[in-house]
Each structure stands twice: as C-alpha cells, then as structure tokens.
Write a protein that binds this ligand. Structure first.
Ligand SMILES: [Cu+2]
Length: 187
C-alpha cells in the first residue's frame, strides 16, 4: 500500500510538472507569432469570383512583413503586386463610364501621400511590392518581403495582383504598367 501511495504521489508530481511545461509559451522578443491569412480570388466586372489560392502574412516585427502567395489555375507570367487602400473588391465606374474591376479597393497604399509609384525599394507608395511570377503550369508558391508595411497596417486593405508586370515607375504608364486587377485577397 505504501509503495502504491508513493507511486501515486510520483505520478501526480509528474503530471503537474508536465502540465506546467506545456503552459510555457516561448515568445521571441523581436518576431511575434502573429499571422494573417486570406483567400485569393479571381476578379471580374461582377466582383470576386473563384477561389484560386491563399495569401499568408507573417509579422517580422520592426523588419515589416513576409507575404506568402500560394495558388493554382492562375495566368502564367510576371504580375504587379501591391497593397491597395481598401479591402472592398467591388467594381466601380470611372469618370469616362468604364467599369474598373475591384475599383472600390482604391489605389496603392500611400500613407505618406507621395503620389509616386517607385516600387519596393523606392520612397513612393508604401504599398508597392516586388512583382510575383506564376509558373507555366499556373501555380505560384512565392514569398516576398516588405520592410515598409507592418502587420498592423494590413486589416481593412487588400493585396492585389495585376494582369501585367511592374516596372516600378509611373512611365510610360502609371502605377508600373500592370493594368487591370486580376486577383486579390481582402484582409
Ligand atoms: Cu495594384
């Protein structure tokens, strides 16, 4: 009986110790564990259409964010990629009567009011990101970083993928020349 009691005490102590260990959460002082995830949709003149992937944003603390783009059934090639001002992806009508796909998302996020599209390394829009490439088989599994966007900036905005590439200039066409909005993930 005595042996059994000792065994029970030992078991209880072991169980308590184990529980305590499980409760210990390791928190990196610089990089938090926070991530934001949203689905990636095709865009049309009617709004959002099919689901074609996922975008995950990881908090890198003072270093900004890492953006992971995973998708399939996409149009191959290089596509301009930006953080736009709003998460609303409904179409709008321009002054000349043309439908702007996902127009309600606004333009590239530009909190410093620079009015300049200078790409990820320039001092223009903070929403300007490196262009991303979809493989020939229509898939993408890319990771881009931005030291100018922080995780707190993301809610209420959208990540936008354009039809064309991005020359990181406003010439010869504005906003990098990517043209129409093709896919987006609202946050
Ligand atoms: Cu854009």
């Amino acid at each position: 009986m005595k042996k059994f009691t000792v065994f029970l005490i030992a078991l209880t102590v072991f169980a308590c110790t184990k529980k305590k260990q499980e409760e210990v959460v390791v928190v990196d002082p610089v990089v938090s564990q926070e991530t934001l995830t949203s689905k990636l949709y095709t865009l049309s003149e009617k709004g959002t259409d099919k689901e074609v992937g996922t975008i995950t944003i990881k908090d890198m603390g003072v270093d900004g964010i890492v953006i992971e783009v995973v998708g399939s059934n996409l149009i191959p090639g290089v596509h301009g990629f930006h953080l736009h001002e709003k998460s609303d992806l409904t179409p709008t009508t321009s002054a000349d009567g043309k439908v702007v796909i996902a127009g309600a998302a606004g333009s590239h996020w530009d909190p410093d009011k620079t009015g300049l599209h200078l790409g990820p390394d320039g001092n223009g829009h903070r929403g300007d990101l490196p262009a991303i490439t979809v493989a020939e088989d229509g898939t993408i599994n890319a990771e881009v970083t931005s030291p100018k966007i922080f995780i707190k900036d993301i809610p209420g905005k959208s990540l936008m993928i354009h039809v064309g590439g991005d020359n990181y200039l406003d010439e010869p066409t504005v906003l990098g020349g990517g043209g129409a909005r093709l896919y987006a993930a609202p946050f």
